[in-house]
Design a protein around this ligand. Structure first.
Ligand code: AMP
Length: 194
């Protein structure tokens, strides 16, 4: 299964992805993690990305698409993949479609974790990461609403989008995620059985 998690920073994408990975046993492609590693290792992508990340802005699409493309070719993504924090723009969404088309593997579902801004700010304030300072949080939220929301429509129009209420404990949210994923699996098994 190939699925995408979309949600504002602090929505719980990381926590929910981790649980879903254990549940489905598929590779986790977090562009945030990939970028932080690239910055640590001072690769070319890392050097390009660092100033954007520090400012809470989106890293340019071509840098991101190249990173994901390279990762998809590592060979462990044939059975599925969980995209976390990617795509974040319409251009990245189209880029992903092209990459998946090339390998003949369709996208199965897009899950939006729905959490309002006040809750995001409250959660991020307790996290203490470098880019979790109030001014940077505001910038990241602005980026989310401006560039990521059109992507939701893109997937909604294709019938791939499921919106999940991101409030509550991680267990409560994961129950909702699992219900969606199980439904899709059952549908797919039903299709292959006939
Ligand atoms: P995250 O861990 O997903 O919150 O990402 C941390 C930072 O990495 C973001 O604030 C962006 O600067 C950058 N980033 C991660 N993923 C993407 C992406 N798909 N497109 C652009 N920038 C990204």
């Amino acid at each position: 299964m190939r699925l995408i998690f979309i949600g504002p920073p602090g929505a719980g994408k990381g926590t929910q992805s981790q649980r879903l990975l254990e549940y489905l046993g598929i590779p986790h492609l977090s562009t945030g993690d990939m970028l932080r590693e690239a910055v640590r290792e001072q690769t070319e992508a890392g050097r390009l990305a660092a100033p954007y990340m520090d400012a809470g802005q989106l890293v340019p699409d071509d840098v991101i698409i190249k990173l994901v493309d390279e990762r998809l070719h590592e060979g462990d993504c044939d059975q599925g993949a969980l995209f976390d924090g990617f795509p974040r723009t319409l251009a990245q969404g189209r880029g992903l479609d092209k990459m998946l088309e090339r390998v003949g593997l369709p996208l199965d579902v897009v899950i939006e974790l729905d959490v309002d801004d006040a809750e995001v700010i409250r959660r991020l304030a307790g996290r203490g990461r470098n880019d979790d300072k109030p001014a940077v949080i505001a910038e990241r939220l602005k980026g989310y609403w401006n560039t990521t929301r059109p992507l939701l429509k893109y997937y909604q129009d294709r019938g791939l989008l499921h919106v999940i209420d991101g409030r509550g404990t991680p267990e409560e949210v994961f129950d909702r995620v699992r219900t969606v994923v199980d439904g899709i699996r059952r549908r797919q098994e039903g299709v292959t059985a006939t």
